[in-house]
Design a protein around this ligand. Sequence first.
Ligand SMILES: Cc1ncc(COP(=O)(O)O)c(C=O)c1O
Length: 397
Amino acid sequence: MEVKILDLARQYELIQDEVEKAVCEQMKSGMYIGGKAVADFEQEFAKYIGVKHAISVNSGTDSLVIALKALGIKPGDEVITTPFTFFATAETIAMVGAVPVFVDVKEDTYNIDPDKIEEKITDKTKAILPVHIFGQPADMEQISQIAKKHGLVVIEDACQAVGAAISGKKAGSFADAGCFSFFPTKNLGAFGDAGMITTNDDSVATICRAFKEHGMAQNGAKARYILEGVEDELEGTASPDALYNPYKYYNYLIAYNSRMDAIQARVLGIKLKHLNEFNAKRAAIAAFYNEAFSGCSGITTPIVKEGYTPVWHQYAFRCTQKDEMGNFLASKGVGSAAFYPVPLHLQKAFTYLGYKEGDLPVAEMLTKQTVCLPIFPELTKEELMYVTENVKAFFAG
Ligand SMILES: Cc1ncc(COP(=O)(O)O)c(C=O)c1O
C-alpha cells in the first residue's frame, strides 16, 4: 500500500462538479482579477472568521508584508516572533526592514512561549507576531495582555489555521490583523497562490486595500490621509462608477500589486462551505493517531490545550529517531514530512542576526524530533491503520 503525505486530487474529485461549473462561469464572465467573485469571498471569509474586514491578497507572504506595513512597522523596528515556523513568517518582517527577534517555543504545543516574550522586549519592539503552528492557536490571551501592557501591535500568522479557535473565537480575530495563506496544501487551499488579511480596524483595512493595489484610487487617497494626514484634493469629484474616473490612475502611495484571482475566489468560496466538515475529519484522524500511539514509549504525541480547537494542518509527533523513522516509513510506502528541519534563527538567510546553536533550545530540539504524518480529510480507515501499524513496527523492529 502507498499512503501519500497529501493527495489534493482526492479533494478535487469530491467537489469537481461544483468547482468546474463555477470556474467555467467565471472564465465566460471575462472578469479574471478582483470583481464580484472576490468581493463575495471576502465577505464570506470575514463572516466565517468573525471579523469586520477581510482583504484578499495574492499569498500568505503578501498578507504578512502588507499587514506589517499597514500597522506601521518601519525599518529598524523589532518584531517578536517564533523560530519554529515557515520561513515567510520572519522573512516578511525583514522584508519591511524590521528586525525579527526570536523567542523560544513550548515543547508541548510548538507555539511561541508567552512567558519568554517580555524578556525580549526593548524600546525598539513594535509588534508581536505569533504563529498558530500546525493549526493550533498560540496563547492569544497571554500574548494580547503582554502587547497591551507594552503598547505593541499584534499580527497573527494564521496561515496554517483557517477555522482554528480558542473558546469558539476564531484565529485571525484576536489581534490587530490576521494573516492567512490559501496555498494549495493548506486546510483551505486554492488552485494556486492566494491569501487574506483580516481585521476589525477600519483604518487598517483601508490601508491594506491601498497597499494591495499600487496605493491607487480612493483607497490610496484615504490611506494617504490616514498615514500622512494629506487631504484628498479629488474628493467629491468622481464616482467609482463613472466612465471617466479621475481616481483611476491616481496613485498616492508606493505600494504593491497583490490581488486575488477571481477563479481562486470561486474555488475558495466552494471549499469554505465544506471547511468545517474537512476540519472535523482532520480532528478525527488526529484523535485516531493519538489513541493508536498512546502506549508507544518512543513517541510524544501533540498536546491540545483546554478550550483550544486546532485544525490539524499537520499532525506532528516527537520521536528521537526522526530520520530513521522517516526512512523506515518511506520504505513502507508511507509519506511523512519533517516540518521544520531548520529553526529560523539558524537559517543561513538570518546569519546577520547573530544567533547561534543553543540560543533557542526547545525550537532546536523540535526541529530534530518532529515527524509529520498524513492528515488530509480524504484518508481512509485502511490507510490510517497502515500508517499507524508501520509507525509501531518501526519500534518493534
Ligand atoms: C506559517 C506560515 N506563514 C506564512 C506562510 C506563507 O504563505 P504563502 O505560501 O501563501 O505565501 C505559510 C505558508 O506556506 C505558513 O505556513
